[in-house]
Write a protein that binds this ligand. Structure first.
Ligand code: ZN
Length: 135
């Protein structure tokens, strides 16, 4: 049974909470994301930096990996929160595209309460995905 859609305010609240958990001693950036799966489950994540910078991971991918590792492979919506309303980076867009479809929504929020809502496909048009490999 599919759960009802999670309220956007709840996604924002969870993303803000996640941002407070950021481990970012180098950039000082605090990013939080809250991901709603197609079955109505919610996962959140924060950015986690590493002294070996290549080991750093963004909040969006932390939330996604939590969802995927629990068996949830489709993203309905993802809310990304930063103080200034940063959009997902290019690497996150590519990784998210693997688990998104034409109805997946992205909401970008900032500390002033501004929110920009868009379809994921507008963030990464012409995405490279499984359809190119599974022929
Ligand atoms: Zn990223």
């Amino acid at each position: 049974m599919v759960k009802p859609t999670i309220d956007v305010g709840e996604l924002r609240k969870q993303a803000i909470h996640a941002s407070t958990l950021a481990y970012s001693p180098y950039s000082k950036a605090q990013v939080g994301s809250a991901l709603e799966t197609s079955s109505g489950e919610l996962f959140y994540g924060c950015n986690i930096e590493n002294a070996s910078y290549g080991g750093t991971v963004c909040a969006e991918r932390v939330a996604l990996w939590k969802a995927v590792s629990e068996g949830h492979l489709k993203i309905k919506r993802i809310y990304v929160y930063t103080r200034d309303g940063w959009p997902p980076c290019g690497l996150c867009r590519q990784v998210l595209s693997e688990f998104s479809d034409e109805s997946t929504e992205v909401i970008i929020g900032d500390e002033k309460g501004n929110e920009r809502k868009m379809l994921f496909t507008s963030l990464l048009p012409e995405a490279f995905g499984p359809n190119f490999l599974n022929k």
